[in-house]
Design a protein around this ligand. Structure first.
Ligand code: NDP
Length: 453
């Protein structure tokens, strides 16, 4: 596996894939430690997680540089990502005991009834490159603390991050085998998914990868969770604070150089404020600092891989051919590395890629809605359902509109974010199951009913 710096196109390092024998011994090692780890007191597991937070903070600069070199994220965002990983560790170190305490039901007068939460065993995480630390810690912090062992199959373009994360847990003092990385190409994963030593899995990535992996996991009757991206609407009502909406909208579209499942992708603006919003939004998109991701002032770096820029540009070209107005940007930048400029497509037709597909890059589609009812209809006119953002000065109305949106989460006057304290996940083709919060830690436990008469 090659680590390639997206800012230059140069190979930074090459790693050997794990062979079939290596994978076999990693699975053996994790199976061997499963019951000991499940029986380890939760307070010990919580303490180890606190130490993982310390390791992350102690090595923040080193990990941030690794992230930026491997996938091109601006360095300030890489640092914030490592910090957020420490936060999720601290969050579950503090709260996991409470989330996993027996839930006493006790509705029968002569019986004691309760639910206990017991680990499932070995859980595989198939993870993407876009938040190469955060996506993994969002999985590992709750589920290792619940007493599961973790296996990571990371994206093939971030093997350095995959191995560094394994080291975080080792350095924090986790027993060998509790968290292991598999350096394996996706094509060779079916055998692992079907292996009896694996009990459950979660995948974050594209819809196509989700469908393939879900079919294999379903066939083996293994519990799984899918987080498959989206085409999140960002609805601007007539009474919205346009300055705040435009500023946050630009951040929501361009975070991680546009490569985020919960980035705002479809800006749906009511007719009365459409022109004003568009003008301001385009000005702010054009003003973004695009450049070397190792520079602290950079706001938009390169895209993570060459093929991703090609796919992105095809979506833009097809949307323009279909009738979208190109308000700014529009083609790969003429410089070393895989850069795509902040781009705005105004009023793309509803059957163009900008409206129907996930656009994974700094490309915003701005749609004109007749009124609020039309805006909500357009917001729901997608086969995705991950997140949504609504902008209005009337908070009661915002809450009402939030209930009308088909998505796993809706934020009013705020951008969509994944936060350790609240559940995160989607509906429709964005997947199923939840990560984070109390709901997240309950995904990979046996919610066992105990009835004592
Ligand atoms: P993929 O979905 O192909 O990759 C995500 C992860 O899934 C990687 O670890 C990949 O491994 C793995 N994977 C893919 N196919 C299989 C399989 N059959 N069995 C097991 N593991 C598999 O995404 P890409 O990186 O190719 O990005 C393509 C598009 O996907 C993006 O443009 C974006 O639209 C979407 N995406 C969404 C993300 C999200 O946060 N929801 C994150 C990343 C991408 P490997 O790298 O070895 O192929």
């Amino acid at each position: 596996m090659d680590s390639i710096n997206p800012a230059t196109g140069e190979v930074i390092e090459t790693y050997d894939d794990h062979t079939a024998d290596d994978v076999d011994s990693i699975l053996d090692e994790s199976a061997a430690v499963t019951s000991d780890w499940a029986e380890t007191p939760i307070t010990d597991r919580q303490q180890l997680l606190e130490r993982a937070a310390d390791v992350l903070r102690d090595n923040e600069d080193e990990y941030a540089e690794l992230i930026t070199h491997e996938m091109g994220k601006p360095i300030s965002e890489s640092r914030a990502e490592v910090e957020k990983c420490a936060w999720v560790c601290e969050y579950y170190a503090e709260r996991a005991g409470e989330f996993l305490a027996d839930r006493v039901i006790g509705s029968e007068p002569n019986a004691r009834t309760f639910v206990s939460y017991e680990p499932l065993g070995a859980v595989l995480a198939v993870m993407p490159w876009n938040f190469p630390f955060w996506q993994v810690f969002r999985f590992a912090a709750p589920h290792l603390t619940a007493g599961n062992v973790g296996l990571l199959k990371h994206a093939s373009n971030v093997p350095g991050c995959a191995l560094a994360i394994e080291d975080v847990f080792r350095e924090a003092g986790y027993p060998e085998g509790v968290f292991s990385t598999l350096l394996v190409d996706s094509e060779k994963m079916e055998d692992v998914i079907r292996d009896d030593r694996l009990d459950a899995l979660t995948l974050t990535g594209s819809e196509g990868a989700g469908r393939t992996v879900a079919e294999q996991a379903g066939n083996e009757l293994k519990k799984h969770v899918l987080e498959l991206g989206g085409s999140d609407p960002f609805v601007v009502c007539e009474d919205a604070d346009l300055d705040a909406a435009a500023e946050t909208g630009v951040a929501a579209r361009t975070i991680n150089s546009g490569q985020s499942c919960i980035a705002a992708k479809r800006f749906i603006v009511v007719d009365a404020v459409y022109e004003d919003f568009l003008d301001q939004f385009v000005q702010e998109m054009e003003a973004l600092e695009v450049g070397d991701p190792t520079d602290s002032d950079t706001e938009v770096g390169p895209q993570a891989r060459e093929d991703l820029v090609e796919d992105l540009h095809e979506q833009v070209e097809a949307s323009v051919d279909a009738g979208a107005d190109l308000a700014c940007g529009g083609g790969p930048m003429d410089r070393e590395g895989w850069y795509y400029p902040p781009t705005v497509l105004a009023e793309p037709p509803m059957d163009s890629p900008a409206a129907t597909e996930e656009v994974f890059g700094p490309v915003a589609a701005v749609f004109r809605a007749e009124d609020e009812a039309d805006a909500i209809e357009m917001a729901n006119d997608t086969h995705y359902g991950l997140g949504a953002s609504i902008w209005t000065a009337d908070l009661e109305r915002g809450e009402g509109l939030a209930r009308e949106i088909d998505a796993g989460c809706v934020f009013v006057n705020e951008l969509v974010k994944s936060d350790p304290r609240v559940p995160f996940g989607g509906v429709k083709a964005s997947g199923y199951g939840r990560e984070l919060g109390k709901e997240g830690i309950h995904e990979f436990v046996n919610r066992k009913t105990v009835w004592v008469q």
